[in-house]
Design a protein around this ligand. Sequence first.
Ligand code: HSE
Length: 293
Amino acid sequence: MHTVRAPATSANLGSGFDVFGLALETPADVITVEKATETTITVTGVGSRYIPEDPNANTVGAVAEALDTPAHIRIDKGVRPSSGLGSSAASAAGAALALDALYDLGHSRRELVSVAAEGEALVSGEAHSDNVAPALLGGFTIVTDECITQVDARLSLVACLPETVVSTRDARGVIPEQARLKEVTETVGNAATLAVGMARNDPDLVGQGMDDPIVTPARAALIDGYDDVRAAALEAGATGVTVSGAGPALLAICREPDRRDVACAMLEAFADAGVESRAYQTQIGAGAQLYEG
Ligand code: HSE
């Protein structure tokens, strides 16, 4: 039996749509695998009733199929589905690591990123690796068609999750098909600033680089209270705030001493907008961890 703790992740960070991602220290899924002749899946935990246990309809089933590793797989969800915190990626990445160990396949974590991304495709309709890469490698990741770059950044953050649901498919549907050159150059500048900020562990540079004039405004419209919650977080000391992944969670980068105030401000602003929410006061964390049993 092998058990993996696989972390929540936040993709995009504003300016890095489908490219940037980071691992959160909390929350996380716990995935346990045992050898079997046929794959079965049991799901418990947060939002488990919305997750299919049919291996043909579950990201984790797709991972077991891709690796040819039939197993009894138990998923204890700590990352709520449709949260913008990489819920399906946590399960897919955790299963890929656990099944690789169970069958002693010897794949590297980087090789497992593309396996887990195929599992993700089942949920979002497209195989993209901006959540599974940080879930497996930890830290801050930059994913392109050609390569994955990983930085062991350590920054404090708040992920504030409203009690609403936005599906990745819907959130991809509102993205404009075209952008003006001015918006593209602004985004490139911000993304470069953010990446340097991560390499320097500089929350000001990262926050400055999170602005995105193309994707985020369209998606923010799907989140009740977005503008007020963002403004409240910035007022409380956050250096940058944006939609986490496809939403509805918001990601706020901050300094550690400001983290509690930022979390409280975001919770209050959501409440003022009539939306219940919960805030994870956390930091950029490690990738999935394997426990052999
Ligand atoms: N980059 C993806 C998106 C992440 O924003 O749609 C969500 O899975």
